[in-house]
Write a protein that binds this ligand. Structure first.
Ligand SMILES: Cc1cc2nc3c(=O)[nH]c(=O)nc-3n(C[C@H](O)[C@H](O)[C@H](O)COP(=O)(O)OP(=O)(O)OC[C@H]3O[C@@H](n4cnc5c(N)ncnc54)[C@H](O)[C@@H]3O)c2cc1C
Length: 457
């Protein structure tokens, strides 16, 4: 039996603090008498992919449990305050290329009609990330006969035997809880479940930097604002007040005198607890440094005040599954077609570098790595070695370059929807997830007005 002990993976962090390896104190040992929850489908992580996976599985009538470490669903959208629905439409003509749950949720925010064929912009934003949080609460609660949602619940260990996950251990206010699922959908973004169960995953030596978003109120709009903000950041960096940044990305998104900023850039290893903690602290410190610099140096900030930074620093990239098919840049740029395609991606290969980039997030021209709408195969959600596991969202199986495109919010939702459906199909057919046929998942998605764009265009 393979058992991952909680403390073993937390080796010395970059802050230089060694964390002891202590298998004696592992919660999996102390949790022998922990309460047991049985579920048909367990979805770990209730972000973009996980929320869609849970809705998708529960709508098929199987008993579904959604575990999310935050006190709300939505992942990056709600925890990092990201309003973008990128991946919904083709950049060339704003034609919608992903329907299903992603389009349904976008329509429920009021941005478009449920049967829209085009969006106003290829990268629409939702009006309020708080309202989106409440929308997801309601969508999850509507399915309460089949779907149990547990927030503030961290999946922290996996017990697997003979290529199968037997239990996932979850820590929450009930203490340690043992979940016994028939099938698991890993939507943790970090492939936590896949890695701990023994399925092959990988993390590149360098991953994309982390970003904390924030908002400033009482800013007076003027035409030189962004230019002056940019100059103030360069000065702050020169003075040693700000180690790194990009852009700045400044949007008057929510009010005429309020800006939403994406500009923080912190290189870190998001799968090291110690380094992630350092990144959270660095992100907050950088928010204050930016605000101070702008208030001091930029006309229009005289009455400005820092409203708040969002609760978490956002992770763009960490572990990725090495699955049955590793989607690569050539597949994407050549628009390779797959029989088992379960959705369509369309975002450019959006790789953020670990250095200052002035005026933009990237150090290349996005149009040079802009694919036409491309297929994502079911096999890139299927792991090797573990039969009752699917992996969706930004930790699905792709190379680092391909993942730079597939990681966006709507594409993650579409993968989650397909994985949740496939998990339910495996329960209904009493088959392992590996035995579910990708083309059958595709055909069922098509009947639900979802799946790859070429099936319904
Ligand atoms: C700063 C930033 C800016 C971005 N900008 C854009 C953009 O402009 N447009 C765009 O489309 N995309 C953008 N992205 C990318 C996109 O938001 C994410 O890649 C996308 O949200 C991926 O969805 P996901 O469900 O895989 O992961 P997430 O949305 O991150 O969800 C993962 C969920 O799993 C939970 N979780 C993790 N581990 C555990 C565990 N062990 N137990 C329980 N729960 C767990 C997390 O709390 C989280 O809710 C950005 C990402 C970042 C970080």
């Amino acid at each position: 039996m393979k058992r991952r002990h909680f403390l073993q993976s937390t080796a010395a962090g970059s802050a230089g603090i060694a964390v002891a390896t202590n298998s004696q104190a592992a919660p999996s040992d102390s949790g022998k008498n922990a309460p047991v929850i049985e579920a048909d489908v367990l979805v770990c992580g209730g972000g973009c992919a996980g929320t869609a996976a849970a809705l998708s599985a529960a709508r098929k009538g199987v008993k579904t449990l959604l575990i999310e470490k935050a006190p709300f669903a939505g992942g990056i959208i709600t925890s990092v305050g990201l309003p973008f629905f990128d991946g919904i439409a083709d950049i060339r003509d704003n034609r919608i290329i992903v329907r299903g749950i992603a389009l349904e949720l976008l329509a429920k925010t009021g941005v478009c009609k449920p049967d829209a064929t085009h969006t106003e912009k290829h990268n629409p934003t939702i009006p309020s990330t708080f309202e989106f949080k409440v929308l997801l609460d309601r969508e999850l609660t509507k399915l309460k006969d089949n779907l149990t949602t547990l927030f503030n619940s961290f999946a922290c260990d996996v017990i697997s035997r003979d290529g199968r996950i037997n239990e996932v251990l979850v820590a929450n206010k009930d203490g340690l809880v043992r979940v016994r699922p028939k099938v698991v959908v890993d939507c943790t973004g970090d492939a936590d479940i896949a890695t701990w169960s023994g399925a092959p995953t990988e993390q590149s030596a360098e991953v994309q930097p982390l970003t904390l978003h924030f908002r400033i109120g009482h800013v007076q709009k003027n035409q030189d604002l962004t230019k002056n903000c940019r100059a103030a950041l360069a000065k702050a960096q020169e003075a040693g007040e700000l180690p790194m940044y990009y852009g700045p990305g400044i949007m008057f998104k929510y009010a005429n005198d309020e800006i939403y900023i994406h500009s923080i850039r912190v290189p870190a290893n998001p799968t090291s607890a110690a380094d992630l903690t350092r990144a959270e602290m660095q992100g907050r410190s950088d928010v204050l440094a930016m605000f101070t610099a702008w208030k001091r140096d930029v006309p229009g900030f005289e009455d400005a005040y820092l409203i708040e930074a969002y609760p978490w620093i956002g992770v763009r990239e960490s572990r990725r599954l090495v699955g049955q098919h590793v989607l690569n840049e050539k597949d994407i740029m050549d628009c390779r077609r797959f029989d088992d395609a379960i959705t369509t991606g369309c975002w450019y290969l959006d790789l953020h570098p670990n250095k200052v980039t002035v005026g933009s997030a990237n150090d290349f021209q996005p149009e040079k790595v802009q694919p036409k709408p491309y297929d994502i195969p079911f096999r890139s959600l299927l792991p090797q070695k573990i039969e009752n596991l699917l992996v969706a969202g930004r930790c699905h199986s792709a190379t680092r370059g391909a993942h730079a495109s597939t990681r966006v919010t709507v594409t993650a939702m579409a993968m989650g929807e397909a994985a949740g459906l496939a998990a339910a199909m495996s329960v209904e057919a009493k088959k392992s997830a590996q035995e579910v046929e990708g083309p059958a998942v595709r055909a069922t998605l098509r009947k639900q007005n979802a799946g790859p764009q070429q099936d319904w265009s």
